[in-house]
Design a protein. Structure first.
Length: 218
């Protein structure tokens, strides 16, 4: 199954940017710039973008950390990373790594912020729990985890298709989390806020102050 998912995203990488722009109504990438701003990352900071896909957020993050900072884009799909490499080839502060979001290959307390754009709810099964644990581990104690996701569609037909897509990707646990979103995230972070973005199709969840104790499972 994991090999099939990688192949799926390798192929999906060729149309991924157009798909996200259409669904989020963000053809100019303004929402990504807004997400990068909300990280509060400063010059010289280290920022990690998990499930980076084609790396559309990386350029926005480099504007925050400047030349002395480091921005890491991580994804398990080589197809996605190849597109990200071409897109960000002129950015010296960007590094791309192929790895699983549930097993981050980094030391503890090294990133000032971690981001995830339109990908968290596509993680399968317990992978989301492991991902949250790993994000909390690699963040500094004052660090933040920011998740930008499609909001649940209000139209019942589109909402059904949205759920079907999650189910088809084996992400049935995501539907559970969506119903108790803030409670789930609060199991890993002390301070969790959520707000909708212009256009009404996407939202950002800002998770600050990672908890050190073992978090409860959803």
């Amino acid at each position: 199954m994991r090999r099939w998912r990688r192949k799926y995203y390798d192929l999906f990488s060729t149309i991924y940017d157009r798909f996200v722009a259409l669904h989020s109504s963000d053809k100019q990438g303004k929402l990504r710039s807004y997400l990068a701003e909300k990280t509060n990352a400063a010059q010289g900071d280290r920022v990690l973008d998990i499930c980076t896909g084609t790396g559309s957020l990386l350029r926005c993050l480099t504007r925050r950390v400047k030349e002395r900072g480091i921005v890491v884009g991580l994804d398990f799909s080589i197809g996605m990373l190849e597109v990200a490499k071409r897109k960000n080839r002129n950015l010296n502060s960007v590094y791309l790594i192929q790895a699983e979001a549930s097993a981050l290959p980094f030391k503890t307390n090294v990133f000032h912020a971690v981001t995830c754009s339109h990908a968290f709810y596509e993680l399968r099964g317990e992978t989301q729990d492991h991902c949250m644990e790993e994000v909390g581990r690699v963040l500094t104690l004052a660090g933040s985890f920011l998740i930008m996701e499609h909001d649940i569609p209000k139209n019942p037909v589109i909402r059904m298709l949205y759920y079907i897509r999650l189910m088809s990707m084996g992400a049935s646990k995501a539907i559970q989390i969506l119903r108790h979103e803030k409670a789930y995230l609060s199991g890993y972070f002390e301070n969790v806020t959520s707000f909708k973005l212009p256009g009404g199709f996407s939202k950002i969840m800002v998770c600050r102050e990672p908890l050190i104790s073992d978090p409860p499972k959803a």
